[in-house]
Design a protein around this ligand. Sequence first.
Ligand code: CO
Length: 213
Amino acid sequence: MKDYEHLLLENKAWAKEILETDPDFFNRLKDQQSPEYLWIGCSDSRVPPDRITQTQPGQIFIHRNIANMVVHTDLNLLSVLQYAVEVLKVKHIIVCGHYGCGGVKAAMGNANLGIINKWLRNIKDVYRFHQAEIDSIPNEKDRLNRLIELNVVEQVHNLAKTSIVQHAWKTRNAPHIHGWVYDLGDGLIKTLFELPANTQLDHHIYEYDFTDL
Ligand code: CO
């Protein structure tokens, strides 16, 4: 058997097991989804959002990229965000980073990595905003992990800077935005930071005027 064929076999076993315990499972889900959460996480294979939160199909809407970034020109992220916020009307958005993130580690170095340079550039900016704090940490691993935390906080702020989130805050007082970090060493999530709906933005220049509503 070819290695990838295991995936297909496991899929068959999974579907069979679900039907045995819940015969109506797929019928209930096939025509609609109403997840309460949008998860923005790292693509790292060791941080599978539904496994680490024990959420079931239908419960969590997921976007993943290298180092869980919210980049204001990323049409992929923005399309997911708009759909989750305006159509699915999620109540919470979770940005979840993880300690030991290779993307953040690469951004802290000076290697020329090709096209990924352009993505990591956004993390280098986060380092620059917090350089004094990060440089004061004596241990390299701790410096990396602190930048990972600060990067999550920055991405939470970036969500609040979108007109998509601000419009939803004004019209339905949601979603609440959460910044979390996952520890590969013990499998536990640490909560870092929270922006409840309608929190004052970190700078007024990012506030949009919705007086025409
Ligand atoms: Co990562």
